[in-house]
Design a protein around this ligand. Structure first.
Ligand code: SF4
Ligand code: SF4
Length: 103
């Protein structure tokens, strides 16, 4: 992770943790969740969590349709080896986007 990404990630991570228990930083980016997501969208959830953990706010804004497409079914969480609370993280991203008037 680059220094810039760390700074950006800390900034967005702090904003999301102010809204609730955000834990995307524990993601190992293994991709197992993406393989099990019934929506079959490449960005969900591995890339989305990666972008959030890196603090890529504009990428998250660009991906807001994907953020709001998630079914919150938690199927992905069943296979996550890191125990990431994926649906909760996506809920927090929705709240963050809504607070910005993003949707
Ligand atoms: S909670 Fe969202 S990201 Fe996870 S499997 Fe369900 S639709 Fe996919
Ligand atoms: S399965 Fe868990 S650790 Fe692997 S990419 Fe998905 S959220 Fe990250």
């Amino acid at each position: 992770m680059t220094a810039l990404a760390t700074v950006g990630g800390a900034a967005l991570g702090d904003k999301l943790r102010a809204l609730g228990a955000f834990d995307a930083e524990t993601c190992m980016s293994c991709g197992i969740c993406t393989a099990t997501c019934p929506l079959g969208i490449d960005v969900l959830p591995r890339q989305l969590l990666r972008h959030a953990a890196l603090g890529l706010e504009q990428r998250i804004r660009d991906e807001q349709e994907v953020v709001f497409s998630c079914l919150l079914c938690r199927a992905c969480e069943q296979s996550c080896p890191a125990g990431v609370h994926i649906a909760q993280d996506i809920r927090l991203l929705r709240r963050w986007l809504l607070e910005q008037g993003g949707e």
